[in-house]
Structures are given as structure tokens and as C-alpha cells.
Design a protein around this ligand. Structure first.
Ligand SMILES: [Zn+2]
Length: 432
């Protein structure tokens, strides 16, 4: 039996007085009447009003957890200016909007690295709300000698290299995890670094909270309202622009898209009992107009057509080939059933390689992937899946090949790559 978890710290509902001060701070933040003396952040409203305030002496000021509970020290709230409470609210809400706890988990932030993560994420918060009247008192990236406009992850990498004394604030408090011992938590809470505090209420606590689905909806709303607030001509600070882009146009890493496309392609041929309509059955002749499925062989044949013309980015091509290799290996495709064709304006080499990465990449002139796909379809046995890696500046066959075709477009800028035929499964392999 593991020992019972420590009971949460003293928690009680906010006194009416304290609740009023928190409400006043929210109003100050969302007010647009006088942008120089109030928050002018009306777009934060749906996030601010979703917070569930909880009174506790276990924090020095205010912290948040991932369920949007706002832990408030009543004495602090009583003795702090409304504008300063507002600044702390804006700061903490930004940790939730930016999913800093989740991102900290992705980086394996632990008690030892939590101070660096807090400094890093706080630096992005400072940069994000620096154009408003809100005074967070947070150190901006420049204060650490860091370039502006980077992500919390990038700052974390830089912060991890800093001597510990530079990560300790001037008042000597530990910026990291706190509130588990006798000392109240001076930090931002588990909503910043993902490390559960002993005073955190459990997820289903009757006090309430926001689940991850509702949190996503709030993020979307804030992103849309922020866009409307700045207007079409307005400029967004770097971190805002990045955040709004991610919330409204989520980018799935191309590696995942490619893996899904390849596995789907291979799935056509998996197992003896799998039927497919892509090949016309020999019995078709006597079956009138009904299309009969053909029984496919259980081991898929894969052809990889590699665009070796000079215009393709070598580094990205190697990366994409490496991904394809990994996906084929993890999908148990025998190496003998993978053929690689190096193609520019003509087919330069056809190899049964041990690894897709073994293919020698030349640097020829023109580009015609149509020739490459044609050559692939002429292979014996004929491939079930053809994976084409190209920059997309190529003609394509006018007729759909009798194979699943995956067009992996390799380019410098996502979203600006040439079109591909409707029958090809398009995967854009480009830096985000
Ligand atoms: Zn913070």
C-alpha cells in the first residue's frame, strides 16, 4: 500500500471582499476605456471568467493549476492593488492559454529544472503583454541576454545553461516548486510547470474546474477575439502571432501525417483475406458490370521514387527518407520488397536497397516524376504503394496509377508547395 497523499492545504471559499477584489481586477483587465490605465484586453474575458478561485494560505500570492483553479492568498489579495492583482491574473491565465504545463511535461521538466522552465515561460509572458498597461514585473528575454521572439522551449534551453544564481530572483525566493513544505508557494503553480502541488485540488473536486476539452474551446475563443481586437492591419507580437496561428491552424507534424499515409497505403494489402478494388479480378470478364474484389498478396511491395534533381533540399530529403525507412521497418515491411528509384528527368538508378537512406542522391537536371512512377509501375512484382519524394515541380501521370501513391512534398515553406494530383495522398514535409 502506498501512503495516502498529503491532505490539501487549508482551502475555503473566498470572502465576499476578496471575491470583489478579484472581480474588480478582471474588469480592470478587460476594460478598453483607457488603454493606458487599464488592461485593454477584452479578449481575455472568456479565460478570466472560467477561472475557479480558491482561497489558500499555501501560496504567497496567486497560482493556478491545470484545471484552471486560481489559488488566492486572501491576505495578499486584501493588501495588493487592483492593477497588480490584474497583472498577476493576466500572467497566470497566459500560462494556461499557452499550455505551459503540458509543454513542460513534453520537456520532462522536474523539480530540478522547474525554476528554469518558469523563467523561460515567464519571459514569453512578459514579452506577450508588454504592449499593454499591465505591469507584470516579469523579466523579459532581454533581461537574461536572450533574443526576443523565441518560444518558451528555446528560452528553457538557454535558461538551463544559466548559473543557478541568475535564476534566483532578487528577493531570494525560490521561483520553482513550492508550497509543499512549511513555506507557501511563491511560484506560478502546477498550471505553469505541470508539477502537482500538495495544495492542488483533485481533478473532480466539487469546487469545479475546466476540463481539457473546455480549455481548448476557451483558447480558440480567445484567439479569435484577439484577432478581432488587433484588427486586420494590427500587428501581433511574436508570441501572440505564433500562439494564435497554432490555436486556429493546428499543425500536425509532417512525420505523423506521413506515417499515417504510409500505413494506410500498406493497409490495402495486409493479410490474406484483405480484398481490394484497386486491381480488377481475373473473373471480372464473366461477372457483368459488378466489380469483383481481387485477392492481394499479403506482403506489400513498396517503391520509393526519389527526386534527385538539384532543386530538392538535400537535408530535408534525407530526413524524409529516414522517416520513410522508420515507418516501413516499424510496419514490418521486409527490406527485400522495397525498391528505390532515383529519378530526375529520367530514371537514373533502380536499386533494391537495404535502407532507403542508402540511395545515392545525385544532382541532375530537369524533373519528371511521371517517368519515375511509370518505371515503378513496370517493376515485377508491381508495387502496391509508391512513395514519391519530390519538391513538387514536376509533371505527374495523367492517369491514376494502380497503386496507392503518396506524394511527399519537400520544401522550404509549408503551404506554398506546388499542387499534386487528387489521386495522390499529399504530405507536406517542410519546416513549420
Ligand atoms: Zn509565471
Amino acid at each position: 500500500m502506498s501512503p495516502a497523499p498529503a491532505p490539501p492545504g487549508p482551502v475555503r471559499h473566498l470572502d465576499a471582499d476578496i471575491a470583489n477584489r478579484i472581480s474588480a481586477a478582471k474588469l480592470w483587465l478587460v476594460s478598453t476605456e483607457s488603454p493606458t490605465t487599464c488592461g485593454d484586453m477584452p479578449y481575455l474575458a472568456s479565460a478570466l471568467y472560467a477561472l475557479v478561485p480558491v482561497a489558500t494560505e499555501r501560496v504567497t500570492a496567486m497560482t493556478i493549476d491545470e484545471h484552471w483553479r486560481l489559488y488566492v492568498n486572501p491576505t495578499w489579495a486584501e493588501t495588493t492593488d487592483i492593477s497588480a492583482i490584474a497583472a498577476r491574473l493576466a500572467h497566470l491565465v497566459w500560462h494556461l492559454l499557452a499550455e505551459h504545463a503540458d509543454r513542460a511535461r513534453d520537456l520532462d521538466v522536474g523539480t530540478d529544472t522547474a525554476p528554469a522552465w518558469q523563467r523561460a515561460s515567464d519571459a514569453t509572458v512578459a514579452e506577450t503583454i508588454e504592449t499593454t498597461a499591465v505591469q507584470t514585473g516579469l523579466i523579459k528575454p532581454g533581461g537574461y541576454g536572450w533574443d526576443r521572439g523565441k518560444s518558451a522551449e528555446e528560452y528553457f534551453a538557454l535558461a538551463s545553461g544559466l548559473p543557478a544564481r541568475l535564476l534566483t530572483p532578487r528577493d531570494g525566493t525560490d521561483p520553482g516548486r513550492g508550497g509543499d513544505g512549511e513555506e507557501p508557494d511563491p511560484g506560478c503553480g502546477s498550471g505553469c510547470d505541470g508539477l502537482i502541488r500538495s495544495y492542488d485540488l483533485p481533478p473532480g473536486d466539487p469546487a469545479g474546474g475546466v476540463d481539457s476539452h473546455d480549455a481548448d474551446a476557451i483558447r480558440r475563443r480567445v484567439a479569435i477575439e484577439f484577432q478581432q481586437h488587433v484588427g486586420p492591419a494590427g500587428t501581433m507580437p511574436g508570441e501572440w502571432a505564433r500562439w494564435v496561428g497554432q490555436i486556429l491552424e493546428p499543425i500536425v507534424p509532417w512525420q505523423q501525417v506521413l506515417a499515417a499515409a504510409v500505413r494506410r497505403g500498406l493497409g490495402w494489402t495486409h493479410g490474406h483475406t484483405d480484398y481490394t478494388y484497386t486491381k480488377i479480378s481475373r473473373r471480372q470478364a464473366g461477372a457483368g458490370r459488378i466489380v469483383l474484389p481481387a485477392l492481394r498478396r499479403p506482403v506489400p511491395e513498396v517503391a520509393i521514387v526519389v527526386d534527385t534533381s538539384g532543386s530538392v533540399d538535400d537535408g530535408l530529403l534525407a530526413q524524409a527518407l529516414g522517416e520513410v525507412d522508420g515507418i516501413l521497418t516499424s510496419s514490418a515491411v521486409p527490406q527485400g520488397s522495397v525498391t528505390v528509384l532515383a529519378v530526375d528527368a529520367a530514371v537514373q538508378a533502380v536499386t533494391q536497397v537495404r535502407s532507403a537512406r542508402d540511395v545515392a542522391i545525385g544532382g541532375g537536371g530537369g524533373t519528371d516524376m511521371g517517368v519515375g512512377i511509370e518505371a515503378a509501375m513496370a517493376l515485377k512484382p508491381r508495387p502496391d504503394v509508391v512513395i514519391v519524394l519530390t519538391d513538387g515541380y514536376t509533371p505527374w501521370p495523367s492517369i491514376q496509377p494502380r497503386a496507392a501513391v503518396i506524394a511527399v512534398l519537400i520544401g522550404r515553406v509549408r503551404g506554398q508547395l506546388p499542387p499534386t494530383p487528387a489521386w495522390a495522398h499529399r504530405v507536406e514535409c517542410a519546416p513549420a
